[in-house]
Design a protein around this ligand. Structure first.
Ligand SMILES: [Mn+2]
Length: 449
């Protein structure tokens, strides 16, 4: 049993808010995730579908949440709305082998739904909730097996016209509405994300203190995972990236199986998942605890651009503005280091830093590490979504110089990324990443001990 740190009344309120966005005489279906096979009859650590979790707080696989909005004109007797959960039934034999189940009876009480059924009732009962509704809302295409179940229900209803059954004639993607809600975090969500960040930052600090020549990258990863779990975050929110030397220039390096070497930088992108919510922090530091001149120059440039980008964050600003500032700082700095040549104003307007800054500046953060929510991109890929209090994002500039790049040898194979998690507040921002050392002085001090 995983305990959520969000009060169950908040899940009830989320369902009510989603129901309020639904048209009259509609039904929404939000399925839980399935277990995923790792090998033969063993599964990966279960990860709940985040939309389902956001609306239910329920941790088991295979479940289904049904939200019904009845037509007020058609029914004097029906409730205006109904929330229904289908879940696995209690099964002593299965539970001895595979772990406890809440069961329909307890689920109804614990998760505050109007009604809970067991999964073996699904095929029979689900069509009755869809019957007669005008609009069906679900995430078509997200789960093939679930698509098939829904289409089978629709067939039953279409085939039952003589018995007075009817299928919805409109199918709407439910995701947009849920994702708009998820983009703005509540106080309770922010508290969890703040804590996930404290734990994750401490894990980065632990990695700095531990890392040394001769260690394998995965041994540093083990320190990080230990710090997560020891502090209440059982798992990482995503596959940790622990890349020494040239591996730091591979953006999604997760092999983590090489030996650390003095003189190299080590890039770590790792964050804990706490109560379903992700932290996403990156730090870069020298294996031997001391930045050389070139490493320090590149590092301080990335840091300067990150701080400048973070400073732009406030309600009404947007990613495009933060990007413009980061681009200016990085391009000017690369020009001064001799890594870009030409006319500075032209380099800046051409966003010349993109030669080495090869990914986006940041992304929404929440239940998913690359969280949901529309960026409102224009045709030039400027992300114009206006920031609002309660949004959480990463700001993560990086510079990556290929080992074979045609530049002075001292730059070859260097990769630096610095990533913090930023909450938009009513007056500006709060940097949630408070415990991971970030300045060269702070990093070298931690590593000297
Ligand atoms: Mn990130």
């Amino acid at each position: 049993m995983i305990h959520t740190r969000i009060d169950m009344h908040e899940f009830v309120a989320r369902r009510a808010a989603l129901l309020a966005t639904m048209p009259d005489n509609s039904v929404a279906l939000i399925p839980a995730a399935k277990e995923v096979t790792r090998s033969r009859d063993t599964e990966y650590l279960f990860c709940q579908d985040k939309d389902f979790y956001y609306l239910s707080g329920f941790h088991e696989p295979d479940a289904l949440l049904v939200l019904v909005k009845n037509d007020p004109a058609l029914s004097m007797t029906e409730a205006a709305t109904e929330t229904v959960l289908f879940c696995r039934d209690k099964d002593p034999e299965q539970e001895v082998w595979h772990g406890r189940r809440v069961g329909a009876e307890q689920a109804e009480i614990q998760f505050k739904v109007d009604l809970a059924y067991t999964l073996d009732e699904l095929e029979q009962i689900l069509p009755m909730y869809i019957n007669g509704k005008q609009t069906l809302l679900f995430a078509q295409g997200a789960q093939a097996e679930f698509d098939n179940l829904v289409f089978a229900c629709l067939e039953v209803l279409r085939g039952g016209a003589k018995q007075g059954l009817s299928a919805p004639n409109t199918i709407v993607d439910i995701r947009d509405s849920i994702h708009e809600m998820r983009l703005i975090k509540s106080d309770a969500e922010i508290a969890v994300m703040r804590e996930a960040n404290v734990i994750s930052g401490n894990a980065h600090k632990r990695a700095m203190a531990f890392a040394a020549q001769g260690q394998f990258e995965y041994q540093v990863e083990a320190e990080i995972l230990h710090e997560f779990a020891a502090n209440g975050a059982r798992a990482a929110a995503y596959g940790s990236i622990v890349g020494g030397g040239e591996n730091a220039t591979i953006l999604h390096y997760t092999d983590n199986d090489e030996v650390l070497v003095d003189g190299d930088l080590l890039l770590i992108d790792a964050g804990a998942e706490l109560s379903g919510y992700a932290a996403d922090i990156t730090r870069t530091f020298p294996v031997d605890g001391k930045f050389n001149e070139a490493q320090a120059a590149l590092y301080n440039l990335v840091l300067e651009s990150q701080i400048a980008a973070i400073e732009t964050i406030k309600p009404g600003s947007n990613f495009a503005i933060a990007n413009k500032v980061a681009n200016e700082v990085l391009t000017k700095g690369l020009y001064e280091l001799g890594l870009l040549t030409g006319e500075l104003d032209t380099l800046i307007s051409d966003k010349a830093c993109k030669k080495y800054f090869i990914h986006g500046l940041g992304h929404w953060l929440g239940l998913d590490v690359h969280d949901v929510g529309d960026y409102q991109m224009d045709e030039n890929k400027n992300q114009l979504r206006s920031f609002k209090a309660g949004m959480v994002m990463t700001i993560e500039p990086g510079l990556y110089i290929d080992a074979e790049a045609d530049v002075d040898e001292k730059w070859q194979g260097l990769g630096v990324r610095i990533e913090d998690n930023i909450l938009v507040t009513e007056t500006g921002y709060e940097n949630l990443t408070t415990t991971a050392p970030k300045t060269i002085a702070d990093i070298e001090a931690v590593m000297a001990k």
